[in-house]
Design a protein around this ligand. Structure first.
Ligand code: ATP
Ligand SMILES: Cc1cn([C@H]2C[C@H](O)[C@@H](COP(=O)(O)O)O2)c(=O)[nH]c1=O
Length: 208
């Protein structure tokens, strides 16, 4: 069966959104049906949940509340957008998905991978992406990129300590070791065009 559901994952400022847009343009030039989306978000309700989760003034948010809100947004996004798009044969490219919850809430917040997996199974069943591109970057380099990009708002998660982002980065590397046939790690410290070429090479292999 052909692979259709792709997710882009990695620490803050790794270049996921930038490269996802480039991949979408290239696939559309080739006449493919593509749906680009993101998490948290991707539907009206899920975008509203995103505002609640990422609001920098919500400092009192409990880690379990945070994990449940991400799962709630994912449930709505999956049922309303991802599944119907896959069912009609579109390629779906999603900027962050389940692995973000495993890395940020499971390890970063210390809730544990199993607990976070279990609430997400309730939310979306056991559908995993067909393939995941992990943008591997030194977290400090990613945070510096965001800081240099002055028009981008700093959200509640960006504002966490470097130690938190390093934990998240390590969690992603562990996930890549655990799911070697699904997660493709690329070096995101490199210049944009080089990163794009690495991602495109993987996409072509998987789509053909
Ligand atoms: N390879 C690269 N080298 C240098 N700068 C880059 C590279 N890729 C993207 N950037 C720049 O880094 C900033 C962050 O990129 P982008 O928003 O794509 O990252 P992201 O992984 O989606 O971040 P986040 O998850 O935090 O939203 C942008 O200003 C973008 O132009
Ligand atoms: C899906 C998902 C996301 N997060 C975090 C990761 C980022 O800090 C923000 C999203 O911001 P972005 O600019 O759109 O990358 O949310 C998370 O902690 N858990 C998740 O499941």
């Amino acid at each position: 069966m052909s692979k259709l559901f792709f997710t882009f994952e990695g620490p803050e400022g790794a270049g996921k959104t930038t490269i996802l847009k480039m991949v979408v343009s290239k696939l559309q030039e080739e006449g493919k049906k593509v749906v680009a989306t993101r998490e948290p978000g991707g539907s009206i309700i899920a975008e509203k949940i995103r505002q609640v989760i990422l609001d920098p003034s919500h400092l009192e948010m409990d880690p379990k509340t945070e994990a449940l809100l991400y799962a709630a947004a994912r449930s709505q996004h999956f049922v309303e957008k991802i599944k119907p798009s896959l069912d009609e044969g579109s390629i779906v490219l999603c900027d962050r998905f389940l692995d973000s919850s495993l890395a940020y809430q499971g390890i970063g917040r210390g809730l544990g991978i199993d607990a976070v997996k279990s609430i997400n199974e309730f939310a979306i069943g056991n559908r995993l992406p067909d393939a995941t591109i992990l943008f591997d970057i030194d977290p400090q380099v990613g945070l510096d990129r965001i800081a240099a990009h002055s028009e981008r708002e700093v959200n509640r998660l960006d504002a966490e300590s470097l130690a938190f982002h390093q934990k998240v980065h390590q969690a992603y590397l562990q996930l890549a070791d655990k799911y070697p046939t699904r997660i493709y790690k690329i070096d995101a410290n490199k210049p944009q065009e080089e990163v794009f070429q690495s991602v495109w090479k993987i996409m072509i292999q998987l789509l053909n």
